[in-house]
Design a protein around this ligand. Sequence first.
Ligand code: ZN
Ligand code: ZN
Length: 219
Amino acid sequence: MSRGLNRELRELAEELRCGEDEECRRDLRELEGLVRELDSLASKLPKPFLTDAPQGGGPLISRVQNLEELRRSALSLVEGNEDLADYLVRRRLYLELGRELGRLATAPRDSPVCPVCGRRPRVVVLKRGETGLFAGHDAVARCTCGAEWPYNEWLCPSCRGMGRDNFEVYLFRSKERGETPVLEVRVCRKCGYKLAVVWGDVDQVDVAFINLILDSFNV
Ligand SMILES: [Zn+2]
Ligand SMILES: [Zn+2]
């Protein structure tokens, strides 16, 4: 279902990041395989164990007893690459513990950091609302680890600036979608934080492309 979005996001990332650079374009085409490979590596990390903590006591990562063991194991799998190792640990936590998050009473609304790994969100996903009489949408923040939690789409995760007027909005369109944007980038007028907004459901590959788009987008 998300395949079309994968391709559209990849094409946007290619345009912003690569231009005519063929090697760069080839790297982006390999990103999907890399994301899947990282998931399979993440599943090889030791099982995370949590300390008991009062409900609502910070992100799960702060409660992992054997975090050092996970880090060491991750570093050995990616030949010492710190960024990739960090991603593997966060992804492992989400795959092991994060899926339950939506059902927990502690799942925080509008949290400025991910309840699993403690990172600030860069992506907001607008999903068709399932509740209520009126057609609407539910906004969730989506972390690179995979976690999603209810989030006000017009709230800056960095400075907490709020409301439409607080953001400069940039629309990215594709040929086939016409007027409907593939993605919006919203830039906080107070602190410059960039948030991407997409519609429907996204997968890990989509999120990887969105991150590249945000990194390449300079106002
Ligand atoms: Zn996270
Ligand atoms: Zn801000």
